[in-house]
Design a protein around this ligand. Structure first.
Ligand code: BMA
Length: 398
């Protein structure tokens, strides 16, 4: 919110008016009643409760920037310490860090994109200690065929979900995979003994048909059972209470009912997410706005938090993507602005990257984007695991 300088009638009142304006505007963040925003897990760790509350407090006005695998590699580098392309470019890491545990379920030491799990674990704990947000997706291998998450002609995926549910032929195998996921989540222990809070985002883009858990490969009820089993097993069998869960279908819904068709339930989900590469990459900003407004409204109605859990423009060939395309959508209305974060996909190499590094043609545009009063990087946010009555942001016009 911008502070308007009012020319005082009495010169001596100027400082007083300014102080009053600052007090009024800096309390804006605390005006939403965030006591209603509590994790679905009734036994959630304190850090998780605080994270959720702080996200709820920031969400009406601010959007945190996220980047997948930010600390693991960049467009032109493969190993670094406390390095990210965004830090190289802007001096700050993103506020939200995306990770993927695909292949962990197989017992592999590295994920499907060759990120070592040991290194991922260290980085997740470091992000937690720095007060940033960690979110994990899971490109799980097909537990029946052993192939990847993606469905191809040779990999007929109809019926996989039924086979891994209780009573199915591969249920025991699937539980072993979830045990590995649980062990990883339990290993994310900071030196003070607390577990890093994680926003876990399994079974994503389920409205599409490219993953074996997609809409054409199982019924809505089967999908919901898969989601429910996953949450229940981690929460109640493994007693994990450091997790928030994100539900994130892809585009294709027209209204609340469409979005909620495969929604597993308020007792399981914390984040009302959306993966949307499609809208802007096909020149349809209005569609992105509609989608964001739908998820934001559902989040408000269900006392949850909305997020654009995956998006991006590959290679940033449209050089003003950040300021001219996505920012106007994010900043379109109170509803679109109430998205908590937006996560851009990974910087694999020259051919696949969604964030600029220094020298990239889109670099300046991203720097301008971060100057928007609504956009937050790691250096703007407070430690998200502490309790605040009111949040003070650094370097932002509150
Ligand atoms: C996809 C691409 C792949 C990658 C996968 C999982 O969108 O980035 O290269 O293997 O995500 O991270």
């Amino acid at each position: 919110m911008k502070t308007t300088i009012i020319r005082p009638l009495i010169p001596g009142a100027k400082a007083y008016l300014l102080l009053a304006a600052i007090l009024l505007f800096s309390s804006a963040i605390a005006q939403r009643d965030v006591s209603m925003f509590i994790p679905a897990d009734k036994e959630a760790d304190t850090g998780v409760i605080n994270l959720y509350r702080n996200m709820a407090m920031l969400a009406p006005e601010y959007i945190m920037i996220g980047h997948q695998d930010a600390l693991s590699y960049g467009i032109n580098w493969k190993k670094g310490k406390d390095r990210s392309d965004l830090k190289d470019l802007t001096g700050s890491h993103p506020a939200v860090f995306g990770w993927d545990i695909g292949a962990l379920e197989l017992g592999n030491p590295v994920n499907l994109d060759s990120v070592p799990f040991d290194e991922m674990k260290e980085n997740i704990i470091k992000v937690y200690q720095d007060g940033g947000v960690n979110t994990i997706s899971w490109h799980a291998y097909n537990p029946v065929t052993g192939k990847s998450s993606w469905v191809d002609d040779k990999n007929n995926s109809n019926g996989i979900v039924v086979k891994i549910l209780p009573g199915g032929s591969h249920h025991q195998e699937f539980k072993k995979q979830l045990d590995r996921v649980a062990d990883f989540m339990k290993s994310l222990k900071a030196p003070d003994g607390s577990l890093a809070p994680i926003i876990f985002r399994p079974w994503h883009e389920n409205s599409g048909n490219w993953f074996w858990w997609g809409a054409t490969h199982c019924s809505a009820e089967q999908y919901k059972s898969l989601y429910r089993f996953t949450v229940d097993y981690l929460r109640n069998t493994h007693h994990l209470h450091n997790l928030l869960f994100a539900y994130s279908p892809d585009v294709g819904f027209k209204d609340d009912a469409g979005y909620l068709e495969r929604y597993p339930g308020d007792d399981l989900v914390d984040i009302i997410g959306l993966d949307d590469y499609h809208s802007l990459n096909t020149g349809q900003p209005r569609q992105l706005i509609n989608n964001l407004e739908i998820i934001a409204k559902i989040a408000n109605d269900h006392r949850k938090i909305a997020a654009l859990t995956e998006t991006g423009c590959n290679r940033l060939e449209r050089k003003e993507y950040f300021t001219k395309e996505i920012l106007p959508c994010l900043d379109h209305s109170d509803l679109t602005r109430s998205i908590s974060w937006v996560l851009f996909w990974r910087n694999a190499d020259q051919k696949q990257h969604f964030m600029p590094a220094p020298g990239h043609p889109a670099a300046q545009d991203f720097i301008e984007f971060t100057k928007s009063k609504h956009i937050l990087m790691l250096n703007n946010i407070p430690d998200m695991y502490k309790y605040y009555k009111k949040i003070n942001l650094s370097g932002k016009d509150i």
